[in-house]
Unconditional design. Structure first.
Length: 189
């Protein structure tokens, strides 16, 4: 009986916060956890090699009001993303950094948003030097204000890296894609 009462109290406390569009502006920073599913495609091969895992991350950004409820901003993030396609293929990836633009729409405590930007990650063939590969990402998410200066988020992100380790170690056409589902919490300043 104790847990339902605690849950009800938490829901009441969260619902008592009423955020305005202005509350979504300014600097914010937070922590996240992501579940990744990555695929490596090769030219002329009808199947992909897959890898998956869970990783922690950090993010920070700044948002400002551009209309009565429209929020525009920029965000940087680092995810301790670490994938290994071995034994199928000797490719390792790790440490994904992203810089993105975000466009959201404030609806009280909720702010759905879309994001687009650049990504980079370290990659190497097992036993070879590590190189930094660049790609792009798009995402859809929802931020929800649970206290005056605290929000939680859920987000889906698709990231793509084309022609990885080419031409140094691999011929063109080896591509890595990553799909991530993330949850996070942020402080607003």
């Amino acid at each position: 009986m104790r847990f339902p009462m605690l849950s009800a109290a938490a829901i009441l406390a969260a619902s008592s916060v009423t955020a305005s569009a202005q509350d979504w502006t300014g600097f914010y920073a937070g922590l996240s956890v992501s579940s990744h599913g990555s695929d490596l495609s090769q030219p002329g091969v009808p199947f992909d090699f897959s890898a998956s895992g869970v990783s922690p991350g950090i993010f920070a950004g700044y948002s400002f009001l551009v209309g009565s409820n429209t929020i525009l901003g920029g965000e940087i993030s680092y995810d301790a993303y670490d994938q290994n396609f071995f034994p199928g293929f000797p490719l390792e990836t790790g440490g994904m950094f992203q810089a993105r633009a975000r466009l959201g729409y404030a609806m009280g405590n909720a702010m759905p948003y879309a994001a687009i930007g650049a990504a980079s990650a370290r990659m190497n063939l097992i036993g070879s030097p590590t190189e930094t590969e660049t790609g792009w990402s798009v995402g859809l998410g929802l931020d929800y204000m649970v206290a005056t200066d605290v929000s939680v988020r859920a987000e889906y992100t698709f990231t793509r890296f084309d022609d990885v380790l080419s031409p140094t170690y691999l011929p063109p056409g080896f591509d890595v894609t990553d799909q991530a589902l993330s949850i996070g919490v942020a402080m607003h300043f």
